[in-house]
Ligand binder design. Structure first.
Ligand SMILES: [Zn+2]
Length: 224
């Protein structure tokens, strides 16, 4: 019994193969004779082999890490996609603002005039512009009051000016016969409604007055 206890203490060292030759021989000799200790050795060896069974835990850990990595990757992908979308949206926004933001062209009597051509009235502008906005109001005599302004957009003003002919550009207004007055508007921003334009506003420069109109009698016939 006493020897069994000693052997039991030695068994772990025996398994690890760190016993001196003498001790090992002693253990081996005892194991051949004592089934109890032989069983103990077997159990101990099994236990030791069972340790790698922890690889279950290891596997679980690996899968958790894999899952985390996958989540992280998904997060990265989502962030990338979102940032690409945001970037595209910003560029579309900038691009459209480049063409939709009006930069009104100030009135310049040397460059902006109303000219008559074959019975029609045109606004003549000697310079670059991107577009024009025109408003018309009809007075009690069925004559037109035109308000117009020209504008540039950031793209044509700062990046690539439009190529225009050297002759002043003509913008059709209306048949001369039905126009009373034409104004050029110095607007800070585009008025949204015709009604917002107050004729004789200080921002309106009168650039044309039709002196041939007969306003002595009120016309009730709507103009065609
Ligand atoms: Zn024994």
């Amino acid at each position: 019994m006493n020897e069994c206890n000693i052997i039991k203490d030695l068994l772990p060292l025996y398994i690890d193969d760190v016993l001196s030759d003498d001790s090992r021989e002693l253990v081996e000799k005892h194991l051949k004779e004592c089934t109890k200790c032989a069983d103990e050795l077997k159990k101990m060896k099994e236990k030791k082999i069972n340790i790698p069974l922890n690889s279950d835990a290891q596997k679980r850990e690996e899968s958790i890490i894999k899952g985390l990595k996958k989540k992280l990757l998904n997060k990265k992908i989502i962030i990338s996609v979102v940032s690409i979308c945001v970037t595209i949206a910003v560029f579309i926004g900038i691009y459209s603002a480049m063409f939709t933001t009006h930069i009104p062209i100030k009135y310049d009597s040397a460059k902006i005039k109303v000219v008559e051509k074959n019975g029609d009235l045109y606004l003549s502008y000697d310079g670059n512009f991107y577009g024009s906005v025109e408003y018309t109001a009809t007075d009690d005599y069925n004559y037109d009051h035109h308000a117009i302004y020209l504008y540039d957009v950031p793209y044509t003003k700062y990046i690539k000016p439009l190529k225009r002919s050297k002759k002043p550009e003509l913008i059709f207004l209306e048949k001369k016969a039905i126009v009373d007055e034409v104004y050029y508007g110095d607007f800070e921003k585009m008025p949204e409604e015709v009604n917002e334009i107050k004729f004789f506003d200080k921002n309106l420069n009168k650039i044309y007055k039709n002196k041939n109109l007969d306003k002595s009698k009120k016309s009730n016939t709507p103009k065609g």
